[in-house]
Design a binder for this molecule. Structure first.
Ligand SMILES: [Zn+2]
Length: 271
């Protein structure tokens, strides 16, 4: 989802950035706004294989039954450990069919001037540092957003794009993962004009996320392949924190969405 959510006194600068982004979007045929959770499909970002570095690893077929040295993790996490329904759960599933209480506010801490849940903040800090070591410099563009703020974001996209398109790219208030504090939108330093746009997926930063986000407990939540299930257009910049155990499990099992994993409703329609 677009729209920066600065913490301290950066509202003016962010507003300027947003205006620039909006202008760039208007100038880029493939660009899509993102007040919610989606934008067009960056190639590469939408590749399931790209999200699953373990998929092609012939060395990890899993241990033989009864083999000594097998790890508990080989059986995957206990999926009943955290609820997909509790807003404070690290595995909460929020989509068009599954709203949050609009009054819900998560525990939050600051990362690079933005607010995130502490668990997500820790892993994001590690992700950003690892990217830097690889010479990839990501920016944080948006993180926690209250329902009230999301309402303004959504209204803005409806005004700009019309309701039909806005609903594909922007969540209504109470239906955004950003309200959980577990979602973050990242940007490119080499091609900042691609932030919140289709072309983000082809930037060095977007490609790095395809390869490595899972390693740090994040999912690229909205892809072309899962749009029917998530209800939102693809967004190569939107990461959802679920923790490293679950992100590894999803990659290993080639499960693309939280909706499928927990067998909960999703899709394009609001109740
Ligand atoms: Zn987002």
């Amino acid at each position: 989802m677009r729209d920066p959510r600065p913490v301290h006194g950066r509202a003016c600068a962010s507003a300027v950035v947003l205006l620039v982004v909006v202008g760039l979007l208007a100038a880029c045929a493939s660009a899509t706004p993102a007040g919610g959770d989606a934008a067009p499909v960056p190639e590469g970002v939408t590749s399931p294989a790209g999200r699953d570095p373990a998929a092609d690893d012939p060395s990890s077929p899993g241990p033989a039954p009864g083999a000594q040295g097998g790890h508990a993790g080989d059986r995957g996490p206990d999926l009943s450990a955290h609820s997909p329904d509790d807003p404070s759960s690290p595995w909460v599933v929020v989509n068009k069919a599954r709203p949050l209480d609009r009054a819900y506010v998560p525990e939050l801490t600051e990362v690079r001037g933005y607010l995130l849940h502490p668990a997500a903040a820790t892993d994001l800090t590690a992700l950003l540092a690892a990217a830097e070591e690889d010479g990839v410099h990501l920016t944080v563009r948006s993180a926690y957003r209250s329902a009230e703020y999301q309402a303004r974001v959504h209204d803005g996209w409806v005004a700009q794009l019309g309701r039909e398109r806005a609903e594909q790219v922007s969540a209504r208030p109470g239906h955004s993962e950003h309200q959980t504090g577990l979602a973050v939108d990242l940007g490119s330093t080499t091609q900042p004009g691609c932030d919140f746009s289709d072309c983000f997926g082809s930037t060095p930063e977007g490609r790095w996320l395809v390869e490595h986000a899972t390693d740090f407990g994040f999912l690229l939540r909205y892809t072309a392949a899962n749009q029917d299930l998530t209800g939102f257009a693809p967004e190569g910049w939107h990461l959802r924190h679920v923790g490293r155990e679950l992100s590894a499990h999803l990659a290993r099992e080639r499960v693309d969405t939280l909706e499928e994993l927990f067998d909960v409703p999703g899709g394009d329609r609001y109740p």
